[in-house]
Design a protein around this ligand. Structure first.
Ligand SMILES: Cc1cc2nc3c(=O)[nH]c(=O)nc-3n(C[C@H](O)[C@H](O)[C@H](O)COP(=O)(O)OP(=O)(O)OC[C@H]3O[C@@H](n4cnc5c(N)ncnc54)[C@H](O)[C@@H]3O)c2cc1C
Length: 412
């Protein structure tokens, strides 16, 4: 059965009703697309903010209503049709249709794939025991919230952003918290050792136990739910609630099955274009081919929004590449970490401010050039750094370390 028959004006279809899908749909309206827009999302909810899930929501400081980015009425005002609870099962690029899980098909004028990502499954026996949760969706967090009330011993597997944010929430709620991280430091993929060490000390000072080099081998159940987390070193940690936060997998299968290029993400250019002129992709599911440095995949709100804007423009035949430097944030206890640029490959780190006082920034240099800044409770450094990096202007390492140098002055 075909839902739309107008051969002259098929809709722009957006697959995925998350941060990026919503941005594509709304930006299509700003780009003057006056035809129909259909946004298809397999979650039961209108688009919502994910970042507060592991922060204010689980702490009970943000309601579900406050998570909503755009409710059904607001979408209707923009004439954006939201099909929630609907899964796209296939894309036919020749017929320019998508097929839903229930067999219905829908023709498109242009297609945006914004399918996001899913938690990487924990590859050990017992990972499917009751009491073991991923942390990605509102539904995950509704279940976690209930389990957290009665939990005593919380084990977080993975010392990345989401695991650590959850650990901070669980400590604030008075739970015994153990974080098991396989690497030899926290958030090792994205921050320098000075930041990893600061966060290990921060969590330890708040009473969480951080175990590094801990390789989880098995989860053991008792009375039908998780009870112990075993590690390769032979230690077993008691647990009545386990959060598995070991990274994500981009949802690329739909694109790959349609013959689009996938390499760690749906391959797009800076304008979010795939090789098919009628199809764009944006957000967590993509990998951007950069002129100078291969493929880059980001998992952030900024990326979801900016790639979404570029994608909508591209569907309208315009070139609006996303070129700003990446930025990100994480809230743990009373410390806001703000990151700009990408620090991978740095050969020098300079500290501005005081690590001991918990207010500092790490400036990362590569061959004397600033490539990234991580700021802990130093928003002024972060804001100045964003402008500096976007304008390709940078302080010397000496200037970066010297608090008497006003970074904003370098922009003049
Ligand atoms: C707990 C948590 C905390 C975070 N904190 C931060 C933070 O502090 N700062 C930051 O910058 N970023 C943070 N992020 C990351 C940020 O939320 C994501 O990068 C962003 O949501 C990505 O948006 P997206 O639209 O690409 O993907 P998603 O938000 O994942 O949306 C994709 C949607 O598409 C749906 N979908 C997938 N396949 C199909 C299909 N075939 N048919 C229909 N629908 C489909 C999915 O179910 C999903 O609803 C956090 C993420 C999480 C989970």
């Amino acid at each position: 059965m075909r839902l739309r028959k107008e051969p002259d004006l098929n809709p722009m279809i957006v697959i995925g009703a998350g941060q990026s899908g919503l941005q594509v749909a709304e930006a299509l309206r700003s780009e003057s697309w006056e035809g129909p827009i259909v946004m298809i999302g397999d979650e039961a909810h209108a688009p919502y903010h994910r970042p507060p899930l592991s922060k204010a929501y689980l702490l009970g400081e943000a309601s579900e209503a406050q998570l909503t980015i755009r409710g059904p009425e607001a979408l209707a005002r923009k004439n954006i049709e939201l099909m929630s609870g609907a899964h796209v099962a296939a894309i036919d690029r020749v017929a320019k249709t998508v097929t839903l899980g229930d067999g219905r098909s829908l023709a498109y004028t242009g297609l945006a794939i914004a399918t996001g990502s899913r938690p990487r499954p924990l590859p050990v026996p017992g990972a499917d025991l009751p009491g073991v949760f991923p942390l990605r969706t509102l539904d995950d967090c509704r279940a976690i919230s209930i389990a957290l009330e009665s939990a005593h011993n919380v084990v977080v597997i993975g010392g990345g952003f989401i695991g650590l944010e959850f650990a901070a929430v669980a400590r604030k709620k008075g739970k015994n918290v153990v974080v098991l991280e396989a690497a030899d430091r926290l958030m090792a993929r994205v921050v320098a050792p000075v930041i990893s060490d600061f966060y290990r000390d921060l969590h330890t000072a708040h009473g969480a136990s951080i175990v590094l080099g801990a390789k989880v081998t098995e989860l053991h159940g008792e009375n039908g739910k998780v009870a112990l987390v075993h590690t390769a070193s032979g230690v077993a940690f008691p647990a009545d609630l386990v959060i598995a936060g070991i990274g994500i997998l981009p949802n690329t299968e739909l694109a790959a099955a349609a013959g689009l290029e996938v390499e760690g993400g749906i391959v797009v250019d800076a304008c979010s274009r795939t090789a098919d002129p009628a199809i764009v992709a944006s957000g967590d599911c993509t990998a951007v081919r950069l002129a100078d440095s291969g493929l880059r995949r980001l998992e952030s709100v900024q990326n979801a929004i900016e790639q979404g804007k570029a994608a909508a423009a591209a569907l309208m035949g315009k070139e609006k590449p996303f070129t700003a430097k990446p930025w990100f944030w994480s809230d743990q206890y009373d410390v806001k970490l703000q990151m700009v640029g990408l620090s991978a490959g740095h050969d020098q780190v300079v500290i501005r401010g005081s690590v001991a006082e918990g207010k500092f920034s790490a400036f990362y240099f590569k061959a004397g050039k600033l490539i990234g800044i991580d700021s802990a409770n130093r928003p002024q450094d972060h804001m100045a750094g964003r402008k500096l990096l976007d304008k390709d202007v940078w302080p010397t390492p000496q200037q970066a370390a010297d608090e008497h140098v006003n970074l904003a002055d370098l922009l003049k």
